[in-house]
Design a binder for this molecule. Structure first.
Ligand code: SAH
Ligand code: SF4
Length: 367
């Protein structure tokens, strides 16, 4: 195994691992012994946010030594923290053990705190409007790295404000469904009652539309919420915006979403980026409504005003945020048919759109 991080295992994996190691020397140990030990370890880490194994005070000294010799604690280091002046979000830039940078955002709503997680270093879907995809993908994140983003942010805000984070969105860097195994294991830890105990209703996985994995996710036990980055109802335009779209048609994706809805009964979020003159015209709005009316799932549309990532062109048109008039016109039209919301990204002053902070680092790094 490449990493041996304590937070890189689900409850059962950790139990089996400890069992395999310890029963080599002592076959008298029974199942309860291991359940109890893993309960204690989970409690220290996920309920008390303790990072020092020496402080796991209700464990025997021998067992603590065993843990210290077998496992490492944190797989990420907090490299930078940026506070939005609007006090609505905090952005964390983390450094991995192999010197990669990933980012996560804590979003503060009056009634809840949400963490936005990354799942890959970079992204190979390469949407034209997204900073995460510019250099393609470096690697998938390890399970411990997904968990540590949440752990370190939760601990930070607990110490600062005594607050618990209740919601998770997989909307940071990377395509979560391309790191499927670790996505599923992270859901196991986030929802586990002995770990973070987050309700599946409060977790949203966002995807650019990896069809086979949407079917797989529908069959998992978690029943989390699904968000689909649609961005255009026109196949041709969508393919230009999202290069991966060539692999899956809009129809294939929305059929898979129907299946997801059938299995989970959870309202589906359709993400739609508003780019001036490209996706925000009355024809786009009309076609979006016509398209979605054909399918059998409950729709919630999130209109996302584009957050500029610099000078980027599509067919020689500069990517720009739609003006207020077009945003309102689009919103008012769609509202007649579906539930819809305009999602202004929190913390615009700290480059809170995914991949932007890492991008700044990569541009300024000397090596
Ligand atoms: N890869 C997944 C999840 C991460 S991206 C996906 O694409 O769904 C999550 C969202 O961030 C996407 O819906 C995308 O529209 C949005 N996003 C990316 N770059 C953006 C930008 N520059 N401005 C506004 N939203 C952006
Ligand atoms: Fe990847 Fe999502 Fe960014 Fe597209 S929007 S490049 S899928 S992270």
């Amino acid at each position: 195994m490449r990493f041996y991080y304590l937070k890189g295992y689900t409850y059962n994996e950790l139990k089996n691992l400890i069992k395999n190691i310890l029963t080599k020397d002592n076959s008298n140990l029974n199942e309860n012994f291991f359940d109890y030990r893993v309960d204690q370890v989970f409690n220290w880490i996920y309920k008390k946010y303790e990072e020092n194994i020496d402080n796991f005070s209700n464990l025997s000294k021998n067992f603590r030594e065993f843990l210290k010799n077998s496992f490492k604690m944190n797989s990420l280091e907090i490299y930078d923290i940026k506070f939005s002046k609007y006090n609505d979000s905090i952005k964390f830039l983390f450094k991995t053990e192999d010197n990669e940078y990933i980012e996560s955002v804590l979003m503060k709503h009056p009634d809840r705190y949400t963490v936005c997680l990354s799942t890959q270093v970079g992204c190979n879907v390469r949407c034209v409007f997204c900073a995460s995809g510019i250099n393609g993908v470096k690697r998938n994140l390890e399970l411990s790295e997904i968990i540590d983003q949440f752990f370190l942010i939760q601990k930070f805000i607990y110490l600062k404000e005594n607050k618990r984070v209740s919601n998770i969105v997989y909307m940071g860097m990377g395509e979560p469904l391309f790191n499927y195994e670790n996505l599923i294991k992270s859901l196991e830890i986030f929802t586990h009652d002995k770990a973070f105990n987050i309700s599946n209703r409060n977790i949203t996985v966002s995807t650019s539309g990896v069809v086979d994995k949407i079917y797989s996710l529908a069959d998992e036990k978690f029943k989390v919420k699904l968000a689909i980055s649609l961005h255009s109802p026109f196949e041709h335009k969508r393919q230009k915006l999202i290069p991966l779209a060539k692999k899956y048609t809009i129809q294939q994706i929305l059929k898979a979403v129907e299946y997801y809805f059938l299995k989970t009964k959870k309202r589906i979020t359709i993400e739609y980026i508003l780019l001036k003159g490209i996706t925000d015209t009355p024809e786009d709005a009309k076609e979006l409504v016509n398209l979605l009316k054909n399918y059998n799932f409950k729709v919630f549309i999130n209109l996302i005003p584009y957050n500029s990532i610099g000078e980027v062109y599509l067919d020689s048109i500069l990517l720009e945020q739609s003006d207020m008039e077009s945003i309102n016109r689009f919103y008012e039209y769609v509202k007649k048919y579906f539930e819809v919301n305009v999602r202004w990204s929190l913390g615009r002053d700290i480059n809170a759109a995914c991949g932007q902070l890492r991008r700044n680092i990569l541009n300024t790094r000397v090596n």
